[in-house]
Design a protein around this ligand. Structure first.
Ligand code: HAX
Length: 461
């Protein structure tokens, strides 16, 4: 690890100098103007963060350090010719901005395998104290917080460490945490779905394959799927809820466990990572509603319309940034078409793709009617026998650690300060729009009075 850390420090400190110069000499440069709509609809498109690991183009999709996912799959080292690249290699790429050699990938793999064994027993006891039927994301986050007892970051802070060296205990904590997540995820999975019949890690396997192995999957193709799954879910620019939250909490110099747990709480929301589980529930309800395993287009359309009529979103469709089919969807579909083309849920996903975008477009308000990463991930996993939907967001979280935690190390290397944007009450925005409070109240009261008269008239008839 020493060689990797040395290189990381050299690269990071050079960039930190550039950053300081930008702030000092160009601090007043205006980057963009921000509209009222942007602020009031979730800061969409507002340039507000520095994130090195990946960037998201609305039309093209995600690039990891400049590489598209197909390019990453082609360029990162693989253990076998026909295999998938390892997430270890992606971690290296995101952190170092450099394609690693196979040797470097193996070093990270070895390091994670070594560190995975050091989870204290109390962490498993804490998981066991949570009711078994608590959602697996609750169990994951409980375990992550419990592990923060082991963080060296706070000790380094209290010991008066120079701010420019914080990246070092952060790197160590991040390496420990990433190493341990598959063990924790597999423990939760076996606890909840396999009667606590646990399987030990296989030290000869890589990080993602080991997670599959500890969950009970021996099939090489499932190991490949886990490697691909982790790469596809690793990062999605800095502004998404899990990445931004991890970064924000880290900016208070919270340790890596606190920061990542915060991000995972965000991932557990249905509009973000929990959508992968919700998609499967939606598909199962569709099958029930249609009374068949192979609903036709009319049946899919009718169920999609019913979902909207009931005031719900159609999970797996839409995106806050993307304006086309998510390339992460396409990569997973290609994998499915290669290995499980006839699987029930893959056929279903294909059918839905042909119907749902038009239904969403017809609402006139959905900005992106196309499928996102979550529209297919559960169908793919379940086609390989991983049918317990409650674990899907946990697996997403394990994968997301690669991106958000490499970013957290970079944040400390660059010495980024505490984040503190400005907020205002509604009246500020009304004033900006030239709407006076008294006028607004008068209008609202008048509208209420008219509505009251109408109601009264109706009742009298
Ligand atoms: N079904 C129904 N309505 C949808 C919709 C969908 N799939 N996607 C967007 N809309 C609605 C919004 O709810 C919003 O309605 P209101 O104006 O009535 O509030 C309107 O269309 C405009 O929304 P938007 O600007 O197109 O989308 P947002 O940036 O506000 O939201 C979401 C993006 C991903 C949250 C949204 O598309 C959604 O709810 N999709 C379904 C849930 C989902 O799949 N989430 C996972 C996204 C990918 C991800 O982060 N994975 O982790």
């Amino acid at each position: 690890m020493d060689a990797i850390k040395k290189k990381l420090k050299e690269k990071g400190l050079e960039k930190a100098e550039i950053l300081k110069k930008l702030i000092k000499d160009h601090g007043n440069t205006v980057i963009q103007e921000t509209t009222m709509a942007q602020v009031l609809t979730g800061m969409k498109g507002v340039v507000a963060l520095l994130t090195e690991t990946s960037s998201l183009d609305p039309k093209e999709g995600i690039r990891y350090r400049g590489y598209t996912i197909p390019e990453v799959r082609e360029k990162l080292p693989k253990l076998t010719e026909d295999g998938e690249p390892l997430p270890e290699g992606l971690f290296y790429l995101l952190l170092m901005d450099e394609i690693p050699t196979l040797d470097e990938v193996k070093q990270i793999s070895y390091e994670w395998s070594k560190r995975a064994h050091d989870i204290p027993q109390y962490v498993f006891d804490v998981i066991d104290a949570v009711p078994k039927d608590a959602h697996p994301m609750i169990q994951l986050n409980t375990a992550i917080l419990a592990m923060s007892l082991q963080s060296q970051f706070r000790k380094a802070y209290e010991g008066g460490m120079d701010k420019k060296d914080f990246w070092d205990p952060m790197f160590e904590g991040v390496m420990d945490l990433i190493a341990r997540l598959p063990v924790i995820a597999a423990y939760i999975y076996r606890r909840v779905y396999h009667n606590a019949d646990y399987i030990s890690a296989d030290p000869t396997l890589d990080w993602a394959a080991n997670m599959a192995h500890m969950m009970g999957f021996k099939d090489q193709n499932v190991h490949r799927l886990m490697q691909l799954y982790a790469i596809v879910h690793a990062d999605h620019e800095g502004g998404n809820v899990s990445a931004h939250t991890t970064h924000l909490v880290g900016s208070a110099l919270s340790n890596p466990y606190y920061s990542f747990a915060a991000g995972m709480n965000g991932l557990a929301g249905p509009l973000h990572g929990m959508a992968n589980q919700d998609v499967m529930h939606w598909l199962d309800k569709l099958l029930f509603f249609s009374g068949t395993d192979t609903p036709n287009k009319e049946q899919v359309r009718a169920f999609a319309l019913k979902t909207l009529d009931e005031g719900n979103v159609i999970p797996g469709f839409g995106h806050a940034v993307l304006r086309k089919t998510d390339p992460r969807y396409t990569v997973q579909l290609d994998f499915a078409n290669k290995y499980v083309p006839d699987a029930k849920y893959i056929k279903l996903a294909n059918n839905i793709y042909e119907v749902v975008p038009d239904v969403l477009l017809a609402t006139g308000k959905v900005k992106n009617p196309y499928p996102n990463v979550d529209a297919i991930s559960g169908s793919l996993l379940s086609s390989f026998g991983l049918t317990q939907h409650g674990i899907y967001t946990v697996m997403f979280g394990v994968s997301r650690s690669i991106g958000v935690l490499s970013s957290l190390v970079i944040d400390r290397l660059y010495g980024l300060p505490i984040e503190r944007p400005k907020s205002h009450p509604l009246e500020f925005f009304m004033k900006k729009a030239g709407i006076k409070n008294a006028y607004w109240r008068a209008m609202t009261n008048a509208a209420k009075a008219i509505a009251g008269q109408r109601r009264g008239g109706g009742m009298g008839r």
